[in-house]
Design a protein around this ligand. Structure first.
Ligand SMILES: C[S@@+](CC[C@H](N)C(=O)[O-])C[C@H]1O[C@@H](n2cnc3c(N)ncnc32)[C@H](O)[C@@H]1O
Ligand code: SF4
Length: 332
């Protein structure tokens, strides 16, 4: 039976104990900001966000430069994540990318966040055989009509369920080490559909969860979709002074720019992979000054960080840095 759980890891490191972190815990490949959906709460539906998405796929040569650069960190990456402001499965090189990283022993885990709409039996086999260790699927309703309402996309919901069923059974039949997480958002379920959502996916995933929509992006009217004081996992938001994730994450965008954050607008571009190695960016002055700004309690004065809700919407106690910021300032 699938567990009702939104967290992706069993045990989380207490961040304050390990700063400065010498190797990113999480490294994200932004595979391309191109999507076949326009979910109404997502940046893809924003008309006047002022944010420029990168309408290109992460290409193979940029990928290889980044992958090889990742090997220069002293430790293995804990998790490589394939996501973006678009749909990762639209990038045709995805199975090959996972296989390459896996063959080179770059990370402990490889995860994709996907709407699963273009999943096929063949693609499922390729991803699992390449060494994928977690598929995180974003479901946008449990009827074709709800997909149309939420994503403005014509989708056969039954097909998505069939493909996910094949995916899960292929893992089990072949004894592969890949977890499946299925999530949806609260606004994609009508009253009484929560039980049905759980029943549909119970036998074909390991964990499932209903996230809350949060007001992530400019240019979208969230007033009917969410409450500002409720976080992604349904609990109250936390007003954090220091943003924790920038101390352990790094992402590469399709054009090779390297950033600290998962959502645009990005507060800082550390450099471009064509000019500099990841480890030099990770240990460089730009990142150090950015982390210092966080620890000095100046997040709310930074033009981008002051508007960002990311630090406030998750409630991982292990990530709290506010109380130890002064001590950490002496360590970085
Ligand atoms: C931006 S999408 C990209 C990957 C892929 N296209 C997908 O839908 O899974 C990543 C995840 O962010 C979630 N998301 C996007 N905007 C959100 C918001 N405002 N509130 C909560 N979750 C959001 C989506 O539901 C999805 O699970
Ligand atoms: S499928 Fe993912 S990226 Fe595309 S619009 Fe929906 S949430 Fe955004």
């Amino acid at each position: 039976m699938a567990q009702y759980n939104g967290r992706s890891e069993q045990k989380r490191t207490r961040l304050a104990d390990v700063i400065p972190v010498n190797t990113p815990f999480v490294f994200g490949f932004f595979t391309g900001d191109i999507c076949n959906f326009k979910c109404k709460y997502c940046i893809q539906a924003s008309l006047n966000s002022g944010i420029e998405l990168q309408d290109e796929f992460l290409d193979w040569s940029t990928f290889i430069e980044v992958a090889d650069s990742l090997k220069r960190f002293p430790n293995r990456i804990k998790k490589v994540l394939f996501s973006s402001m678009g749909e990762p499965l639209l990038n045709k090189n995805l199975p090959k990318m996972i296989a390459y990283l896996n063959a080179n022993d770059v990370a402990d885990a490889y995860e994709i966040v996907t709407n699963a709409s273009v999943l096929t039996h063949e693609l499922s086999r390729q991803l699992i055989d390449a060494g994928l260790t977690r598929l995180c699927v974003s479901i946008q309703g449990i009827t074709d009509q709800k997909y149309l309402d939420i994503c403005q996309a014509k989708v056969k919901f039954a097909n998505i369920v069939d493909e996910l069923s094949y995916f899960y059974n292929y893992i089990k039949k072949n004894n592969k080490n890949c977890a499946v997480h299925i999530k949806t958002v609260d606004i994609a379920l009508d009253d009484g559909e929560e039980k049905r959502f759980k029943e549909i996916f119970d036998g074909i995933c390991d964990t499932l969860f209903i996230d809350n929509v949060v007001p992530s992006y400019p240019g979208i009217d969230y007033s009917e979709m969410c409450n500002d004081n409720i976080g992604l996992y349904g609990k109250g938001t936390i007003e954090r002074k220091v943003c924790p994730s920038v101390f352990y994450t790094l992402y590469v965008l399709p054009n090779g720019d390297v950033v600290t954050c998962c959502d645009p607008p990005y507060p800082i571009i550390l450099g471009n992979i064509k000019d500099e190695s990841l480890i030099d960016m990770w240990n460089g002055k730009r990142r150090e000054e950015f982390l210092r700004m966080q620890l000095q309690g100046n997040r709310h004065k930074h033009p981008v960080c002051q508007r960002c809700i990311q630090p406030n919407i998750t409630d991982f106690k292990e990530d709290d840095l506010d109380e130890v910021a002064e001590i950490l300032l002496k360590k970085i």
